[in-house]
Design a protein around this ligand. Structure first.
Ligand code: COA
Ligand code: NAP
Length: 267
């Protein structure tokens, strides 16, 4: 039997990671590199993405950092072409660039709403659509990073809920259209992940953080490594028959409120 889970299971593969200058996506890029993939990575800030790529190279990996805003199709397409020219056909694409702020719908301008939809949803379309012509086919694996807000409405998150719901549906549609070409399209939905910008915005005080944890079935925040490992599994040979799925790696977030207060016990 072939040994699927090897330390170097992505040796010879080429990955492209969007939104990789910090947080969860940066850790995913690092994990792919550790498993042997050459990693092209983008974010808006030339300096931040340059440093993130340099960190991978210092650890013995191969990485190329480029600046691009996922809202700008042409600029994303140019970085994908550069990645392919530099490393060859692309095996793995990770679309994770996102923006979030906490605001009621009535405290949000049309531009505020549009900005988040543009980064999260349109940006994901741009990355996946522009990647297609550069993919290794058959065999490529595309993964978007979505969020529990896609399926679980949350106050002050109307923009993110709408955008990530779109990412989930885009995942399913592209999986159907691109499956016959041998391209798998999936998404990973992280729950609250500690030590990230996302949770710094959503849970800015210890009280709010404790409240989040109390509602989680697993009662603790996840780690960036939890998400990186899930992505590694999905894009490896172990995930070769998986397409069109949204994998929840969320401590039970999507299940709903699991706090003991939420139980109605029979007398
Ligand atoms: N409440 C209400 N509206 C807000 C807001 C807030 N806290 N923060 C930004 N906005 C609005 C702005 O007022 C602006 O609308 P306006 O032109 O009508 O005033 C609109 O959003 C765009 O803001 P701008 O700062 O120009 O956007 P940007 O493209 O420079 O940055 C953001 C995008 C706003 C999402 C920014 O927070 C960002 O860069 N985030 C990336 C990091 C991140 O969010 N990480 C967590 C990922 S889960
Ligand atoms: P983060 O550190 O802020 O990461 C966001 C990344 O996207 C950064 O590298 C940022 O880099 C880049 N980016 C933002 N706007 C961009 C744009 N327009 N074009 C290109 N790159 C852009 O956030 P995070 O908390 O780790 O979140 C990462 C992903 O996980 C997001 O998709 C988020 O929705 C999802 N998620 C997070 C959590 C959580 O608990 N943190 C939970 C559920 C889902 P630049 O600033 O350099 O552009």
């Amino acid at each position: 039997m072939a040994e699927t889970f090897r330390a170097d299971m992505l040796q010879g593969k080429v990955a492209f990671v969007a939104g990789a200058s910090s947080g969860i996506n940066q850790r995913i890029a690092e994990r792919l590199a550790t498993a042997g993939a050459k990693v092209a990575m983008i974010s808006r800030s030339e300096e931040k993405i340059g440093l993130a790529a340099e960190k991978i190279r210092e650890q013995g990996g191969d990485a190329l950092g480029m600046a691009a805003d996922v809202r700008d199709y042409d600029s994303v397409a140019a970085t994908l072409k550069k990645a392919r020219d530099h490393y060859g056909e692309i095996d793995i694409v990770l679309s994770g660039a996102a923006g979030n702020f906490v605001a009621p719908a009535l405290g949000m301008s049309a531009n505020g709403f549009r900005t988040v939809v543009d980064i999260d949803l349109n940006g994901t379309f741009n990355v996946l659509r522009a990647a297609f012509e550069h993919l290794k086919k058959p065999g490529a694996s595309l993964i978007s990073i979505t969020a529990p807000q896609a399926v679980k409405p949350q106050i002050y998150q109307a923009h993110v809920c709408a955008a990530k719901a779109g990412v989930n549906m885009l995942t399913r549609c592209l999986a159907m259209e691109w499956g016959p070409a041998g391209v798998r399209v999936n998404a990973v939905s992280p729950g609250p992940i500690g030590d990230t910008e996302g949770m710094a915005r959503l849970a800015p005080t210890p009280e709010i953080e404790a409240n989040y944890k109390a509602q989680l079935a697993l009662r603790e925040f996840g780690t960036k490594d939890d998400i990186a490992d899930t992505c590694l599994f999905l894009c490896s040979d172990a995930g070769r028959y998986i397409t069109g799925t949204i994998i929840d790696c969320d401590g039970g977030t999507a299940l709903g409120d699991a706090s003991s207060d939420a139980l109605s016990r029979p007398e």
